[in-house]
Write a protein that binds this ligand. Structure first.
Ligand code: AGP
Length: 596
């Protein structure tokens, strides 16, 4: 979370910095700031995003070197004084990560008579660097010295008032890339931020330091020696869903699902599985948030196709549980961003135990994608809305494709099953497009949920897992209270919440134990609940007398699940629109969660 950029250029950099920051706003958007040097030394910070910042920067900043930041608050509220860059004694710093020992450092500095403006952990960094400079260290050495005192994760870019022609970068635990272009040396949390300016980029490794100057980029390893890193071409800005026609990127990304699914399927169909992974005796899928729900929704397919047990583990819990790993375990990490801190933590843990790792990742320059034994990509394209939509359905598809490929390698997939699954997969894009056409009905559901101020999602089998995603989407976009339960669990307690008019969304279809969910819907109705059924054609007749509202979705089997996913995405978007919430940037969230 938080995006950093830095640049040394032959001309004023402020506007380029802010433009690059704009492409990093998915990492946080509660405040933003820049510092530029040479000539002069100027710092500007605003609450809000880069549009506000561009307004402030205008054409007035002359400096040829600069750093910038877009923030997702960890320590300290979204206030200008907590926004980056933090400056002390002519040293300006932008930071992504968390400094765990900042309390001790700050205490020591306050005892020394130093003062602090913010509540952040980051502000100790310029203090440490400035102290080293005062003691005579050159800029690069001062940063190196400061880093020896920092515990935690960081990617930092540092600007010096008295050496205004360079930016120093350091990395430990948080992703950061250096990049080169004609007359520009740059740094950013994500190379796509620099696609308009730079030709190639290199990911720094933990312990690396880099110097940007008019001579280009120089990288030093942990040992202080010059280091060679792998330079790759900065891809042109990916084709992005255009928000224009749809009102929000999120809504546009829902509409882009058919294309995203086709691209993902084309990339994965026929891919083979390496032997080390085909030899698996057990699978453990590890992920967070929507990525976890995508995996839990399609787990039955993975298990059926491979004949292997497939455990599901929430990354933040799994990394601290010290769970025993049975022989032959293969880890499957699922992540849109490929940089979620908890999932990355599990990656390290599994690597240390020699567990082969498959990464189902959308951002293919990410560390997770690069570090896996097998990259099994989703091709959803850039997702600008903070809420996962097209990446979610692409993850479901990619995981089923993985199950199929693994099953074929293991000999557990019959030719009949292969034909049937291929047919279902081929139909998913069309099912999503047809589901989207029912938007008016989803909008009406959203209006009801907003009126009632809450929602309960239930289902069985895969639909129970998918219900969690429905509730998550509604929570994050509309901020309404939303819960999800396996329909059979209602009677074990949650049914006590049902009052007259409580909206309960029931997902049911063939293959989702619709008959049993119907009985649960009856129980809800008998207690005054308002049943909204998202069903397939085959279940419609049975649900008609029970449901207060029923939406008959396209598709059958696997298709029903994808149609239900689209339905729940659109319900959440419309609830947010009714409530006038920012659909693409819900409060308190960020797209990449790079803190634990
Ligand atoms: C999804 O809408 C969320 N914003 C969030 O739950 C997300 O899925 C989670 O943080 C995991 O991110 P990742 O897929 O990038 O690892």
């Amino acid at each position: 979370m938080c995006g950093i950029v830095g640049m040394v250029n032959g001309h004023p950099v402020a506007r380029d910095l802010v433009t690059a920051l704009g492409r990093l706003e998915y990492r946080g958007y509660d405040s933003a700031g820049v510092a530029v040097a040479g000539p002069g030394f100027e710092v500007h910070k605003v609450i809000g995003g880069t549009t506000e910042l561009m307004g402030k920067v205008g054409n007035g900043f002359a400096g040829h070197a600069g750093i910038g930041h877009t923030r997702w608050a960890t320590h300290g509220r979204a206030e200008v004084r907590n926004a980056h860059p933090h400056v002390w004694d002519g040293v300006a710093v932008v930071h992504n990560g968390i400094i765990e020992n900042y309390h001790d450092l700050r205490g020591r500095m306050i005892a020394n008579g130093e003062t602090f403006e913010s509540d952040t952990d980051s502000e100790v960094i310029p203090h440490l660097i400035a102290a080293a400079r005062k003691a005579g260290a050159a800029p690069m050495d001062a940063v190196r010295e400061a880093c020896t005192e920092l515990h935690g994760a960081y990617a930092i870019a540092v600007l010096f008032q008295d050496v205004p022609d360079r930016v120093v970068v350091a990395r430990q635990g948080s992703p950061v890339m250096v990049a080169r272009g004609r007359n520009v040396a740059a740094v950013a949390s994500d190379p796509s931020a620099l696609s308009a300016l730079c030709d190639d980029y290199a990911a720094l490794e933990d312990g690396d330091l880099a110097e940007l100057s008019n001579h280009g980029v120089t990288i030093f390893g942990r040992d202080g020696q010059l280091a060679q890193r792998c330079w790759q071409k900065v891809e042109g800005a990916e084709e992005e869903a255009a928000a224009g026609l749809f009102g929000s990127f999120t809504r546009a990304e829902i509409a882009a699902q058919p294309v995203a699914l086709r691209n993902t399927d084309a990339a994965l169909a026929g891919r083979a599985i390496p032997q080390a992974i085909a030899d698996a005796e057990r699978l453990v899928v590890v992920a967070c948030g929507s990525s976890m729900y995508a995996a839990s929704t399609v787990r039955p397919w993975i298990e059926k196709l491979t004949g292997l047990p497939c455990d599901l583990e929430i990354a933040s819990e799994y990394r601290t549980r010290e769970a025993p790993l049975s022989r032959g375990t293969v880890g499957i990490l699922v992540s849109q961003s490929g940089e979620t801190a908890d999932t990355m933590g599990v990656m390290e843990m599994l690597k240390a135990r020699n567990v082969p790792i498959v990464a189902v990742v959308n951002v293919q320059h990410s560390q997770m994608a690069r570090g896996a034994d097998l990259l099994w990509p989703t091709m959803a394209g850039k997702e600008q809305g903070v809420a996962a939509t097209k990446s979610f359905t692409c993850q479901m598809l990619a995981l089923i494709r993985f199950g199929l490929a693994l099953g074929l390698a293991r000999g557990t997939v019959t030719s009949g099953t292969l034909v049937a699954v291929e047919r279902e997969l081929a139909g998913l894009a069309v099912v999503c497009a047809r589901a989207e056409m029912l938007e008016g009905q989803f909008e009406a559901v959203a209006e009801r949920l907003v009126r009632e101020g809450e929602a309960l999602f239930i289902g069985r089998g895969s639909a129970a897992a998918l219900a969690n995603e429905g509730a998550l989407k509604l929570k994050e976009l509309s901020y309404l209270r939303a819960e999800a339960y396996a329909a059979g669990e209602l009677k074990h307690g949650p049914i006590a919440m049902i009052r007259e008019g409580s909206p309960v969304i029931v997902c049911a279809g063939a293959g989702q134990h619709a008959g049993k969910s119907l009985a649960n819907a009856e129980e809800v109705r008998a207690r005054g609940g308002y049943v909204i059924a998202l069903v397939d054609d085959a279940s419609a007749a049975a649900f008609a007398p029970v449901a207060d509202e029923m939406i008959v979705l396209p598709g059958a089997g696997l298709g029903t699940l994808f149609a239900q996913a689209v339905a729940m995405q659109l319900i959440a978007v419309h609830a947010a629109v009714v409530l006038r919430h920012p659909v693409d940037r819900p409060r308190n969230l960020a797209k990449s969660v790079t803190v634990e």
